[in-house]
Design a protein around this ligand. Sequence first.
Ligand SMILES: NC(=O)c1ccc[n+]([C@@H]2O[C@H](COP(=O)([O-])OP(=O)(O)OC[C@H]3O[C@@H](n4cnc5c(N)ncnc54)[C@H](O)[C@@H]3O)[C@@H](O)[C@H]2O)c1
Ligand SMILES: [Zn+2]
Ligand SMILES: [Zn+2]
Length: 374
Amino acid sequence: MDTQGKTITCQAAIAWGKNSISIEEVQVEPPKTGEVRIKLISSGICGTDDHVLKGELPMKFPLVPGHEGAGIVESIGNGVSSVKPGDKVLTLIIPQCGECSFCLHPKGNFCDKQDVLPCSGLMLDGTSRFSCKGEKIYHSFRVSTFTEYTVVPEIAVAKIDAASPMDKVCLISCGVPTGYGAAVRSAKVTPGSTCVVYGLGGVGSAIVMGCKASGASRIIGVDINEEKFPRARALGVTDCLNPRALQKPVQEVVMEMTGIGVDFAFEAIGHIETMVSAWNSCNNSYGVCVIIGVASPDSKLCLEAIKIITGKTLKGVCLGDYKTRDCIPQIVSDYLQNKINIDPLVTHQLPFKQLHKALELYHAGKTIRCVLLF
Ligand SMILES: NC(=O)c1ccc[n+]([C@@H]2O[C@H](COP(=O)([O-])OP(=O)(O)OC[C@H]3O[C@@H](n4cnc5c(N)ncnc54)[C@H](O)[C@@H]3O)[C@@H](O)[C@H]2O)c1
Ligand SMILES: [Zn+2]
Ligand SMILES: [Zn+2]
């Protein structure tokens, strides 16, 4: 059936409010100028989606959640030139418009056209493409992926290799570049260095991969869920710490283990307490602490101000510091050429209609990434 130019009725998850999600029949309008309609093939469940579903980020409900998607272009709006129907693509939570001051700066990647901070829940023209029983439904970050079809701005679409295995590469839409890039691009982990990674979920696991690929000699993994440890060790973690099983604060243990503190510390959980622990795990002179976790917007990070003059660095990073459309297709190619292996991160795959089971597995801490298949 030719769907181009027509509204599509399909199944999508709708978060009606905090902790209230159901699969519904929705209408997805055709893409407008500069937009692309995508038939999703797979979507990961990222920690950021969990923050959204718990109401920890200021988003407008009801919304179609998800952002870590891989799919095939169904149709394109006027003016779209970088993709065509049939192309394999990834959705990008951080777009690359190529025109704003961040995109034009050689280092910038937090494109002005993103819809994360702040979050309107609407497309660039201020309207939504989703409705359910006549009610307007908001988008999440303009890249909703817990749906059979979505509409995304062209600047938030990355065309990928036609040979990409679509049941896995959705991880390269967010989790993999976020973690891997935090290590190799943002921290610039050096050979022989010591690292600590707080949080061994999907993003933390990709950080470990980046530290290992950079030649780190010691990688300490911290998580309250010891079930994460065997997989983390397989990826390169040398020492595992469960803060809840320790007699003293975890950063003190990291200090004792390393003598002076680590060279590179990463926080991939989204709690201010673990951000402070990561900061205090770094050595005072040239230690680098990179915050990846998304804290709730009203929380404040409180640090001992005097420590900053000793020379250590605190920085945050979004999507691994990659200019997304330029760089993410290359990561997919690197995966196809066995230069990076994302397979160990895909621990579960479930049909989309089993979304609730997938969320249960996530909340029970059983998954690194559970991929929803459409
Ligand atoms: N900066 C970015 O560009 C970016 C991109 C993607 C995700 N994120 C953020 O990164 C964070 C991690 O995402 P994820 O997909 O890996 O989530 P995840 O749920 O897969 O992993 C989080 C891990 O943290 C562990 N954890 C929870 N509380 C802990 C504590 N107090 N101490 C130690 N470990 C604890 C959990 O057991 C889990 O293994 C989230 O905050 C997410 O929003 C940021
Ligand atoms: Zn831009
Ligand atoms: Zn994500």
